[in-house]
Design a protein. Structure first.
Lengths: 456, 173
């Protein structure tokens, strides 16, 4: 078999197929450690606090938030866009990198795509709560009703409904189809009768037959081909929520590509945040190697630079357009009352990723971890800046206003963080964090070099 | 009476060579069970290309037509309403939903086709020949003729490629 002489191995430490199965299934079979219990206690408390705040909002109404007549979208929509953006890395890794035949995706795609699902779940909550009466949430679907009305198909907000729900469903299908063989592996290993029954049910009776594998490969490829434009469409559609309006700072054609790049940028940051911890705690350093971290950092640098160029282009076009309102919107962002948010965004998203041009920093885990947190914060502020600073001072100075969130809004955000990390912590105990079958299939071509010299 | 022989390999290269030799000798291979997809195996076993892409295209096309048609019908025929001065038949603003539903239908179509054709699904009761085949064993199951004329030749090929646990099984029909 052809062995690439230049690339570093994707799986280190002389693995055999058996070892791969053993090590990746270990977290499912063993007992969770103290760190896991501490983690889940923290995340579930955050989730419960968030649920209480959601209940409070639904009971008392949106008046409990800091929104006012001028600023109708605050933390809620900021968090929605932030979470949807984070979801994008998972699909990017599992779909676009599959189409580009990047083998390093095999050890991170499973967890990244799980992250996508959880992030989109968190995102979906916000518009629902923001409606004020979530029980009427079904109004967004075109169903025959006594009023004889249909939903407005010309509205980007409605496109969002379709985009997000399709995105969630297709990601779930893609993820689960990929999981079926691995659930089969767990089913065949697990000792407890009850668990065996559960995993047997979930494995859909997987046997590993050659014909099934052929279909599995085929469906994975075509689903990737569909998910690739889908992931690009989702954040483009989210950006049209803003771009099709006439608010200065929102009404720009650059938004769709700029949002997509930002989404992948923030998503990879979240993947790094999660995986740098996960690989350590679950002893998966041989599968998620420093090389993997470096590859992700390279994507961060590419998308981060696109985001930086988009910021600068926005500024230039605001000046070049000669539109007074547009010019003021950007001047106000940088020097107005929310200047701090703008400069946090600029520092975290434009300046900090440029440090990754230095190879030593790209391969430094502590640095990467801290940087990933910076980017998560920076991308949150990007959405905050776009939404709040554009709204708080638009055409009519008599309506100018300020916005600050109440504890209720902050609590709901903390609650979604709790939901996200709780789901992730449960996921690593229940399903294999790394796609076992896929890692096995790249072992011979991309495993450790020592392994080969022994065998041949 | 149906007879077959089963054996397993520890290495996918041995499996590929054995499968190739057996196919050349016109032996019918019933199934090959592996822990991960083996590239090149489907052409050796003479599988036709999977029809899943076609299913995906057809179901996607259905989704596309349904979504576009429904939006156009709702806004032109069923309840024409002026929205922001836009035309009733506003093709560009129907595109996002049309695209999303195309992808949704295609994905569901393919996943159901995959599960139904492979007889997989919740509660599917497929026989598990050996629990190690989802771990690190590559199993081959070969049909034998009733007379037993092929037995020796098949066993020889399997043994040459270091196959283990070569077992002949007989099932009464």
């Amino acid at each position: 078999m052809y062995v690439s002489p230049i690339r570093e191995p994707l799986v280190t430490g002389n693995k055999t197929y058996k070892k791969i199965t053993d090590e990746i299934s270990a977290p499912i079979e063993g007992k969770p450690g103290k760190a896991w219990y501490a983690g889940i206690t923290l995340t579930v408390s955050a989730l419960l606090f968030g649920l209480a705040m959601m209940g409070y909002t639904i009971w008392n109404g949106i008046g409990t938030w800091g929104l006012n007549k001028t600023i109708g979208w605050g933390w809620g929509i900021t968090n929605f866009v932030w979470w949807v953006g984070i979801g994008h890395a998972g699909t990017f890794i599992s779909a676009i990198l599959l189409l580009f035949r990047q083998k390093w995706r095999t050890s991170i795609n499973r967890s990244a795509e799980a992250m996508t699902l959880f992030a989109v779940m968190c995102a979906g909550l916000f518009p629902l709560i923001h409606m004020g009466r979530p029980l009427l949430g079904f109004f967004v679907f075109p169903y025959p009703n006594t009023r004889g009305l249909w939903v407005n198909f010309n509205s980007p907000l409605l496109w969002d409904v379709f985009a997000i729900s399709t995105y969630f469903t297709v990601s779930l299908l893609f993820w689960y189809v990929g999981l079926i063989p691995d659930i089969g592996t767990i089913r065949d290993r697990i000792k407890s009768k009850f668990k065996k029954w559960i995993y047997g049910l979930l494995s859909f009776g997987w046997t590993g037959s050659a014909k099934h594998w052929q279909r599995h490969e085929s469906i994975s490829l075509i689903l990737a081909g569909l998910a690739a434009p889908l992931v690009l469409s989702v954040h483009s559609i989210v950006s049209t929520d803003f771009a099709t309006s006439v608010i200065p700072g929102w009404h720009t054609t650059i938004f769709p590509p700029y949002f997509v790049a930002g989404a992948i940028f923030s998503g990879f940051a979240m993947v790094l945040t999660l995986l740098i911890i996960t690989r350590k705690v679950l002893n998966l350093e041989n599968y998620i190697t420093v090389g993997h971290i470096e590859s992700m950092n390279k994507i961060i640098i590419a998308t981060g630079s696109i985001v930086g160029i988009a910021y600068i282009t926005e500024l230039f076009i605001a000046w070049y357009s000669g539109v007074e309102y547009e010019q003021y919107a950007f001047l106000n962002r940088a020097t107005g009352p929310y200047w701090w948010a703008y400069w946090i965004m600029m520092t975290c998203n434009v300046i900090s990723p440029q440090l990754l041009w230095i190879k030593k920093l790209r391969r430094n885990l502590v640095f990467t971890f801290i940087l990933s947190i910076f980017i998560n914060i920076g991308m949150w502020f990007e959405r905050f800046v776009i939404i709040v600073t554009s709204l708080h001072r638009d055409y009519l100075p008599s309506s100018w206003s300020m916005y600050e969130p109440t504890i209720v809004e902050v609590g709901i955000f903390i609650g979604t963080l709790g939901l996200f990390f709780t789901c992730f912590l449960l996921f690593i105990r229940v399903f294999p964090v790394i796609a076992i079958a896929e890692v096995k299939s790249v072992l011979k071509s991309s495993g450790d070099k020592k392994d080969k010299s022994e065998k041949h | 009476m149906r007879r077959y022989i089963s054996a397993y390999f520890e290495n996918e290269e041995n499996l590929l060579r054995a499968a190739k030799d057996l196919k050349e000798k016109q032996v019918s291979i019933q199934d090959v069970l592996t822990p991960f997809p083996i590239h090149g195996l489907d052409s050796i076993l003479g599988f036709k290309r999977s029809n899943i892409p076609t299913v995906g295209f057809i179901s996607g096309a259905i989704g596309c037509i349904l979504a576009f048609g429904f939006q156009a019908w709702a806004f032109i025929v069923d309840y024409p309403l002026f929205i922001g001065g836009k035309p009733h038949f506003a093709i560009p603003s129907f595109i996002p939903i049309t695209f999303e539903l195309t992808v949704l239908f295609a994905s569901f179509g393919m996943v159901f086709a995959f599960l139904i054709r492979s007889k997989l699904g919740p509660g599917a009761n497929n026989p598990i020949h050996d629990e190690r085949i989802t771990d690190d064993r590559f199993m081959i199951i070969i049909d034998l003729d009733e007379g037993g004329n092929q037995d020796e030749m098949v066993k020889e090929i399997l043994a040459k490629e270091e196959a283990q646990e070569i077992k002949v099984k007989e099932i009464e029909k």
